[in-house]
Design a binder for this molecule. Structure first.
Ligand SMILES: Nc1nc2c(ncn2[C@@H]2O[C@H](COP(=O)(O)OP(=O)(O)OP(=O)(O)O)[C@@H](O)[C@H]2O)c(=O)[nH]1
Ligand SMILES: [Mg+2]
Length: 682
């Protein structure tokens, strides 16, 4: 299929991805304006874009979720997905990628953003998504494009293939030469570039750059290689075919230039997508969609709109679907489509039936989740992909501002996690606390804002409680006695308990060492209950663990003894005994594994040491050239906001995982402070 191929090519779905603040939302805006979907190109800083129209996005002047917008270019429908750049919101990007035909990686000539670029390219490479690079902000360029590519190349596993070279006018880039078309263009603001003659020095540069491009293409095309060796000019169509093929085979990453704010380079980008991005048939093939007459869709995102209820954004991979189509997941019924929507950011519009390749909103698929493969036939289609969110790294405890909202908050949590599966809500019964786990500080802040703005449940947040425990160091023997005689029936229970420490991790053990029936058998479970009760709140204020309590002696009264009385006696024994056992605080220690670009490894060591971490070692990160893995043991309290420091020391790309390892004694000033804080809170 050459560049000159005309006629419709079918609906496309393209993801706009890239490092934080590289210009994705602005590029979407430029595309929508250029294709006539909107009247005027809005601006991120003015809060007037389609991509960042949500209250949270406008507040923070950054994208905080995937936004979908459908437009028409040369008679074909295109849905663009504006993905957030921040790593904290990367799950939205990861869950749309499987279904797109191609991705446009919007990036800048900024060395600091190379690790972020690498991270994003890695996701595309791992998911086998063909991708272009759009080198944006060319209006600010202060170095040669070739130098910029050298800077960016280490982030990509495949060659970055320069397809356009800039035309300089003094210190500014005034236009570009398209190396495949062999045509020069001068940028016009918010208008198509103007074709100009290619001559003089620009022509020489074009020849050289074109040769470099063809050489790279020829690495995978013997015929082209021969033509180059024999100095034969390959036909233009052949060059375009090679560009398309090598993009689709993901063996090169073509690079285009532009400036989204001025809408420069946008038309060429659209044309490249039109001619070179895979079509729905190829994308369905990549995903392994079985051919048939059934509709098969992938759910890319779930929204809960305030007025319209639940909307599942889907890409139709095969078949057609409309109002009334019933869908199944591989395991259950997903629901019946109540309405089909055309997508334009926050604005959706009812439309008719959708065909294969289109990306639309389906109303009221009650049981569909983001990531689900849905099909309309009797025989459910197997799941096409599974994109698991990354393990969360930060948590906040959340409470409804007003008690009356408690029930509403439960429903809001369900919507919140349906919209963003990289958030997890955990109910901590021990502390009567609800904790939201997420991917970073901004991610959680936005989640809390959403609870208030989108679901109308204002919340307060604070740091979650650390899972401290306490134990004892010294064994003792103590009498726990409960005697009450206030007229009528009295209460009597008498126990002698031996309390002793157990090895770390043993938990709790109760031993019955009564001989001669001094405490009747039927009261002994009540004593154990009382002991367990007493251990819930030790002298330092925490649950007591790693102790054995033996009931060794006691006495009873034929009339006044009861389960209740023995329960109380057992508890009194523990409450009075524990302070004499040299109680000591225990804190949870986790094994932490940080991943970061190697130049930040020394900083990681410093951060870990500064947080009472014990470094266990570091290594190169497997499969990630230029990255390291640092392993350490670290107290849970110090992990709490560790991610904030890790991110700020790694331009946002460092991350970690951790798992519980053991409980360790904690003494001294830190322990005293924790105990005092606990007392103050009670
Ligand atoms: N000079 C210049 N600035 C640009 C260009 N494109 C975007 N910007 C600016 O870069 C900033 C970020 O733009 P956005 O479009 O929000 O970038 P983004 O990639 O969507 O950001 P996130 O979604 O938060 O990652 C804004 O201030 C834009 O005005 C460009 O071509 N030239
Ligand atoms: Mg954005």
């Amino acid at each position: 299929m050459g560049q000159n191929g005309t006629g419709p090519k079918g609906p496309r779905c393209i993801a706009l991805v890239g490092p934080f603040q590289s210009g994705k939302t602005t590029l979407l805006e430029a595309i929508l304006a250029r294709t006539g979907a909107i009247q005027r190109q809005g601006m991120v800083d003015a809060g007037t874009t389609v991509g960042d129209a949500s209250k949270e996005a406008r507040n923070h002047k950054m994208s905080v979720e995937a936004t979908f917008a459908t437009t028409t270019f040369m008679d074909d429908s295109y849905t663009f997905i504006d993905c957030p750049g921040s790593i904290e919101f990367i799950h939205d990007m990861r869950s749309v990628l499987p279904a797109v035909d191609a991705a446009v990686v919007v990036c800048e000539a900024d060395e600091k953003k190379v690790p972020q670029l690498q991270l994003i390219l890695r996701e595309l490479e791992d998911q086998n998504i063909p991708h272009f690079l759009f080198l944006n902000k060319i209006d600010k360029a202060d170095k040669r494009v070739r130098e910029t590519l050298k800077l960016l190349q280490p982030a990509s596993r495949v060659p970055l293939l320069l397809r356009q070279i800039p035309i300089w006018n003094g210190d500014l880039i005034a236009g570009f030469v398209d190396l495949a078309l062999e045509r020069a263009f001068v940028y016009k603001e918010h208008a198509p570039s103007e074709v100009v003659d290619l001559k003089g020095e620009d022509l020489d540069r074009e020849k050289e750059a074109r040769f470099t491009m063809l050489e790279t293409l020829a690495d995978h095309d013997d015929e082209l290689m021969e033509q180059l060796l024999e100095d034969i000019q390959p036909p233009r169509d052949k060059v375009f075919d090679d560009l398309a093929k090598e993009l689709r085979d993901r063996i090169v990453c073509p690079v285009l230039l532009g400036a989204a704010t001025r809408s420069n380079g946008v038309l060429r980008l659209l044309k490249a997508l039109r001619h070179e991005a895979p079509t729905i048939a190829e994308t369905a093939g990549r995903l392994g969609v079985k051919a048939g007459t059934d509709a098969v869709v992938l759910v890319l995102k779930t929204f809960h709109t305030t007025h319209g209820g639940k909307m599942s954004v889907v890409r139709l991979l095969a078949g057609t679907a409309g109002d009334g189509t019933t869908f199944n997941t591989p395991t259950t019924e997903a629901g019946r489509v109540a309405a089909v929507f055309k997508l334009m950011g926050q604005h959706v519009e009812k439309r008719g039936q959708a065909i294969a390749g289109e990306t639309v909103g389906f109303g009221k698929l009650d049981h569909a989740k983001t990531g689900d493969t849905l099909s309309s036939g009797k025989q459910a289609h197997a799941s096409l992909t599974e994109v698991k969110p990354y393990a969360p790294v930060l948590a906040i405890a959340v409470q409804a501002k007003e008690r009356k909202d408690d029930v509403k908050l439960g429903a809001a949590f369900t919507k919140l996690t349906e919209e963003d599966p990289s958030l997890t809500v955990v109910h901590n019964a021990e502390n009567h606390e609800v904790v939201i786990w997420g991917q970073g500080e901004m991610h959680l802040r936005v989640a809390a804002e959403r609870l208030g703005d989108r679901y109308a449940v204002p919340v307060t947040t604070r740091s979650p409680t650390v899972g401290y425990r306490e134990t004892i160091r010294k064994p003792i023997s103590i009498r726990g006695r409960h005697k009450k005689q206030s007229g009528g029936h009295g209460q009597f229970g008498d126990t002698v308990l031996e309390i002793r420490p157990l090895p770390r991790g043993s938990g709790f053990k109760f031993e019955d060492k009564i001989t001669g029936g001094v405490v009747p058998r039927n009261y002994i479970p009540a004593v154990e209950e009382g002991v367990i009760d007493g251990l819930k709140h030790g002298p330092l204020g925490f649950q007591v663990v790693d102790v054995a309590v033996a009931l060794v002696d006691g006495s009873y009264h034929t009339v006044d003894s009861s389960d209740m009385a023995f329960r109380t006696a057992g508890r009194i024994g523990i409450v009075e005994g524990l302070p004499q056992c040299q109680p000591v605080l225990l804190e949870p220690i986790h094994l932490v594994e940080i991943v970061c670009p190697s130049e930040a490894t020394a900083k990681m060591n410093a951060i870990l040491s500064g947080r009472r971490g014990q470094i266990l070692g570091f290594d190169t990160r497997e499969g990630w050239p230029g990255w390291d893995t640092v392993r350490a043991q670290m107290a849970e309290a110090e992990i709490g906001d560790l991610i904030i420091e890790v991110r700020s020391a790694t331009a946002g790309v460092g991350s970690f995982t951790y798992q519980f390892d053991h409980m360790a004694e904690l003494t001294g000033r830190t322990a005293d402070q924790i105990i005092a804080a606990r007392r103050a809170a009670e």
